[in-house]
Design a protein around this ligand. Structure first.
Ligand code: ZN
Length: 253
C-alpha cells in the first residue's frame, strides 16, 4: 500500500535533507506515490504535478517512509549459510544457536562415529576415506546425527507441552525441508524440519508448540494464536527470529 497524495494547496516546505530520493515522472501515474526499496526511494509522479508539491508530499509521509524502510531492512538480512566452508578439524558446527567445535580423529572403522562433549564433537573418521571425500562424508554423518538430536529434543518438548491442553500428536516425523519448519496433518501427524537444530533451542520449541496448537486449531485464527501464547507468552520474538534468520538456516549444513 502506498499513500495517496491529497489535493490540497502546496505548503511551502523544503525537502528534507536527510531523505534522499529521486523523482520519476510517469505519464501512466494517476497520482504521486512513494516506492521504498532496499537501496533507494523513488517518487513516481504524474507529469503535471509540480516539484514543490511532491517534496511536501514526501515530507508529510516521513513516518510512513521510515516504517517502510525499517520493514525492508529487517527483511533484508542476507541469508548466509551458517555452515563451515569445509568439515575439518577445528571447524565450527552451528548447533542450537551456538557452536560445537569439531575434533577429528583417524579411526580404523568403516563409518563415522560421533561422540558429544560439552562444546565439541569428537568424530572418529575412517582412515580409508580419500581426502577429497572426507568433508562430504563428515557432513553427511553430522546431518544424520542432527536428525537424531532433533527427534530427541522434539520428543522432550512435546512431552512438556502436550499434556497441558491435551495436544497429543499421532506421530512425529523429522524431515529435511527447504521451505517449511513444520506442519501438522489432518490426523495430527506432526512433521518437523531438523534444520531447526541450528536455531536457538527456544526457537525450535516455538515451532513445536505452533504445530501442537494446530492439533486443536487447523488454521491461524485468533484462537490459535491465543493457544500458542498460553504455552509460550513470548512466542512473537521467536517467530520474528525465524523470519529474520530462517533463510540462513534453510541453507543447511
Ligand atoms: Zn501454522
Amino acid at each position: 500500500m502506498t499513500p495517496a497524495m491529497a489535493t490540497t494547496k502546496p505548503p511551502g516546505i523544503a525537502p528534507s535533507p536527510a531523505l534522499d530520493y529521486r523523482i520519476r515522472r510517469s505519464s501512466r501515474a494517476k497520482r504521486t506515490r512513494i516506492v521504498v526499496r532496499a537501496d533507494r526511494i523513488e517518487i513516481v509522479a504524474p507529469p503535471d504535478v509540480c516539484e514543490q508539491r511532491i517534496h511536501a508530499f514526501v515530507q508529510a509521509q516521513q513516518a510512513w517512509i521510515s516504517a517502510a524502510r525499517l520493514r525492508i531492512s529487517q527483511r533484508a538480512v542476507p541469508s548466509r549459510s551458517l555452515a563451515p566452508v569445509s568439515y575439518s578439524d577445528g571447524s565450527l558446527l552451528p548447533y542450537r544457536g551456538g557452536h560445537l567445535r569439531l575434533a577429528l580423529v583417524d579411526a580404523s572403522r568403516k563409518t563415522v562415529a560421533i561422540e558429544q562433549g560439552d562444546d565439541h564433537l569428537r568424530l572418529h573418521v575412517p582412515k580409508a576415506v580419500e581426502s577429497h571425500r572426507r568433508s562430504d562424508i563428515i557432513r553427511h554423518a553430522l546431518e544424520h546425527w542432527m536428525k537424531h538430536q532433533a527427534r530427541r529434543y522434539a520428543d522432550e518438548m512435546i512431552a512438556r507441552h502436550a499434556p497441558r491442553c491435551g495436544l497429543h500428536p499421532r506421530s512425529l516425523r523429522i524431515k529435511t525441508q527447504k521451505s517449511r519448519w513444520g506442519s501438522c496433518g489432518p490426523n495430527d501427524d506432526i512433521n518437523l524440519n531438523w534444520l531447526l537444530m541450528l536455531a536457538p533451542a527456544i526457537v525450535m520449541e516455538y515451532v513445536v508448540v505452533h504445530e501442537l496448537c494446530h492439533i486443536r486449531h487447523k488454521n491461524h485464527s485468533r484462537d490459535f494464536w491465543a493457544l500458542v501464547s498460553q504455552h509460550m507468552p513470548d512466542y512473537l520474538q521467536h517467530r520474528h527470529w525465524l523470519k529474520q534468520h530462517g533463510a540462513s538456516i534453510m541453507r543447511g549444513l
